[in-house]
Design a protein around this ligand. Structure first.
Ligand SMILES: Cc1ncc(COP(=O)(O)O)c(C=O)c1O
Length: 387
């Protein structure tokens, strides 16, 4: 009766089941900035009460004032974006859905990085599209094998880059960005660049602070949004910036407008409020950046006393990747941490890391919670080794 776009087995996995049974005291998986003590300025949401929001005069690409505000965000990155090249969506997830509808026939494919954000598989599948992983190699600082990408199937319509990648934190190296653009232009693919974490440099590295929105060679769609840039996921507003060869961009925008017009999913109040929200949220972004940097430094200091554990370099983002000895397996270790230590972490296999012995922790939690969670995690790892 139901389509294969939705998996037939929707039962929670063992880790989700264990979490549901007992809420962890030290949640090192939190990705919601509104749930971890980040200060939000008084009056931040006042602009949502603008009475102009009582009228409904939708524009499929988004209200011009909002598109202008989103475009102006790229000035921080040194890129001039024409607001006419911006399309608003309710989330980055919706942006992916629109782009997959725009670019791919059912049965076509998109290339997605691996390890990376696990939602790609579902986002593609519900659009009737296959997400084909391309490997990022840890020994190359998470750079891809461009030769393998070049050999991709003719069903591929787009290559997704996550810049910086979640959870490896790696930026797309400028040489790889240029090569991918050339390849995409030659193969007739679009580039989809997810830059939701670009505002959060940690260790930095080549490519940090460089936006794909400046791209000119291939048809490129750069994604950003309030959920990460302003720490406001609940407001549901994101954007797509189209760049590249003029005629392809114009044709893509006309078609994106058609898709957006069938949904008109972004609420009027949040669009009207966008200029004020982006202005007023600067301290939220600064507080999140200070939090993730301090937590990464704290985690590194704590891990320095535990030779069995290493914290991998993290170019940018909200996560840290820990390498741990693969003694009992990632799933068992994650379950033990949940059930015996009250600590929630994510096992590397959730993100398709190429080798076992990886745990991913969020850098968003309150510093005391992260420190205690990490202490318990390190103690559990040591207990296994000395057993
Ligand atoms: C790489 C990446 N892209 C997009 C998103 C989701 O953003 P949104 O809330 O705009 O859908 C996330 C959320 O964690 C993410 O990690």
């Amino acid at each position: 009766m139901f389509s294969r776009r939705v998996p037939s087995d929707l039962a929670p996995n063992r880790i989700a089941g264990a979490r549901a049974a007992a809420a962890p005291r030290f949640d090192l998986t939190v990705s919601n900035p509104t749930a971890c003590g980040i200060p939000y300025p008084d009056g931040l949401l006042d602009a949502l009460a603008d009475r102009a929001g009582l009228a409904y005069r939708p524009h499929p690409r988004g209200l011009e004032s909002a598109r202008r505000a989103a475009a102006a965000e790229y000035r921080r990155l040194g890129v001039e974006v024409d607001p006419e090249r911006v399309v608003l969506t309710a989330s980055t997830s919706e942006a992916y859905a629109f782009l997959f509808k725009l670019l791919a026939e059912p049965g076509d494919a998109v290339l997605v990085p691996s390890p990376s954000y696990p939602l790609f598989e579902h986002l593609a599948r519900v659009e009737g599209v296959e997400a084909i992983p391309y490997q990022l190699h840890p020994e190359l600082g998470w750079r891809p094998d461009l030769g393998a990408i070049a050999a991709a199937s003719d069903r591929v319509r787009a290559v997704v880059v996550v810049h910086p990648n979640n959870p490896t934190g790696s930026f797309v190296h400028p040489d790889d960005a240029a090569a991918l653009e050339r390849l995409a232009a030659a193969r007739g693919w679009a580039v989809i660049a997810d830059e939701v974490f670009l505002d959060y440099p940690l260790d930095g590295g080549p490519g940090g602070g460089v936006s794909f929105a400046a791209g000119a060679e291939a048809l490129t769609f750069t994604l950003g949004g309030l959920s990460k840039s302003a720490g406001l996921p609940q407001l549901k507003l994101a954007w797509i910036v189209a760049s590249g060869p003029g005629e392809a961009v114009a044709r893509a925008l006309d078609r994106l407008e058609f898709i957006a017009d069938t949904f008109l999913s972004v609420g009027t109040p949040v669009q009207l409020a966008l200029p004020a929200l982006l202005r007023e949220a600067a301290p939220v972004r600064a507080a999140i950046l200070a939090r993730v940097r301090a937590n990464l430094a704290g985690l590194r200091r704590a891990a320095a006393a535990v030779p069995e554990v290493s914290v991998l370099p993290a170019g940018g983002g909200w996560s840290a990747v820990l390498r741990v000895p693969d003694v009992v397996g990632e799933e068992e270790l994650t379950l033990e941490l949940l059930e015996r230590d009250g600590v929630a972490v994510q096992p590397g296999y959730f993100f398709d890391f190429p080798a076992a012995g990886v745990l991913v922790v969020s850098l968003l939690p309150e510093p005391a919670a992260l420190a205690e969670g990490a202490r318990r995690l390190f103690a559990r790892v040591r207990a296994h080794i000395t057993r």
